[in-house]
Design a protein around this ligand. Sequence first.
Ligand SMILES: *Cc1c(COP(=O)(O)O)cnc(C)c1O
Length: 234
Amino acid sequence: MTKITENLNTVRQQIQQSAENSNRDAADICLLAVSKTRPADDLRQAYAAGQRDFGENYLQESLDKIEQLQDLDICWHFIGPIQSNKTRPVSESFAWVHSVDRLKIAQRLSSQRPENMPPLNICLQVNISGEESKSGILPRDVVSLAGEILQLPNIRLRGLMAIPSPCDDPQAQRIPFQEMTRLLADIRTANPTAQLDTLSMGMTGDMAAAIGEGSTMVRIGTAIFGARDYSQKA
Ligand SMILES: *Cc1c(COP(=O)(O)O)cnc(C)c1O
């Protein structure tokens, strides 16, 4: 068994355990393997171990991997910051975008989504910890932006994503995730017919807290692929 296979099995067991602890069904929690900085061969190994959803942050790197892994049936998620002049390749090559935080980006993704593809799945990224340097919309702007995005064709708003500021205390980790759950409920109240089913939250360091508070998609990099090495990146 490769190290990646072993790690994936461990993460799956942890998801199962966290789900049981909060009386949830582990089948309602999707594992997204975050493969930024990883060579295509690492993704192949994870795929061979049954992993299908992969998350990437850097556009050019991800397009290279999508090309190299065309023979695999991968569901690609874009989770990094998006520049408005780079929306076209994102709308043409991905199934999901988790990092939408402006109407202009959503409009471009909608108009550039190829007609022969299913609608692009979207999450709004929320700056849940209110950090100045972080991308994402402020919690108070979530409901109005969601209402506008729900009007657009060719994209489908699925829910919310957040990256809370790092914190080691498992109890304190739960607070921003609780607020995310409330925000999703607020969008549902304002848009009763919208089919919102996604809370993209939880990373290697706070996965259990996120699942305890209702995460439906955990984004896990380090626990699957090991620590990242950025020294090779430009
Ligand atoms: C890198 C990254 C992750 C994965 O983080 P780990 O701590 O390695 O699990 C998750 N989400 C986003 C948006 C990321 O950029």
